[in-house]
Design a protein around this ligand. Structure first.
Ligand code: HEC
Length: 139
């Protein structure tokens, strides 16, 4: 009985803590970027949100080859526009979180995975987006 109560409390805490935390005073770690770096990073963020939206649509339509191309376009645009020196400016923890998106984008691109697997990777990817947004801000 007490055990059940404690685990129910723990689950509630885990579910509400991130939301409560986001509403509290901004305690995120600030990453300072110059104007060019900032406009690249935020532009790429908006691109990723659009790519995730298209991912949902293309999965619904079963257009896996188009999906592969869509993510490849996202990645080549990122590489073409990335300002020099950005890598040195961002803290290692930020870079590590950015890199942890990679296997999920790769899986979304992979036409050999089942739709269910791709959808799970899309959800896991969004958890990385959210975790990073709770941890960092850009100045
Ligand atoms: C490595 C950390 C990190 C990851 C991973 C990340 N973001 Fe962000 N994102 C940020 C930061 C920091 C900001 C700026 C937030 C602030 O300063 O309030 C931001 C801002 C944004 C914005 C607002 C852009 C604007 O024009 O202001 C969007 C949209 C966004 N992210 C989408 C995403 C999506 C979608 C994903 C996952 C596919 C994602 N982000 C993954 C760190 C991250």
């Amino acid at each position: 009985m007490a055990k059940g109560l404690i685990s129910a409390l723990l689950v509630t805490l885990c579910l509400t803590w991130p939301a409560a935390n986001a509403l509290a005073a901004d305690e995120r770690m600030a990453v300072t970027l110059n104007d060019e770096q900032k406009s690249f990073v935020l532009g790429h963020m908006r691109d990723m949100l659009e790519a995730l939206t298209d991912t949902q649509q293309l999965l619904l339509e079963g257009k896996r080859e188009e999906l592969r191309q869509r993510i490849a376009n996202l990645q080549s645009r990122e590489q073409a526009n990335r300002p020099k020196g950005l890598g040195k400016q961002i803290p290692p923890a930020f870079r590590a979180m950015a890199q942890s998106m990679r296997p999920h984008w790769q899986a979304i691109q992979n036409p050999d995975l089942s739709e269910e697997e791709v959808r799970q990777h899309a959800v896991d990817l969004m958890r990385v987006c959210n975790a990073c947004h709770l941890t960092f801000s850009i100045q």
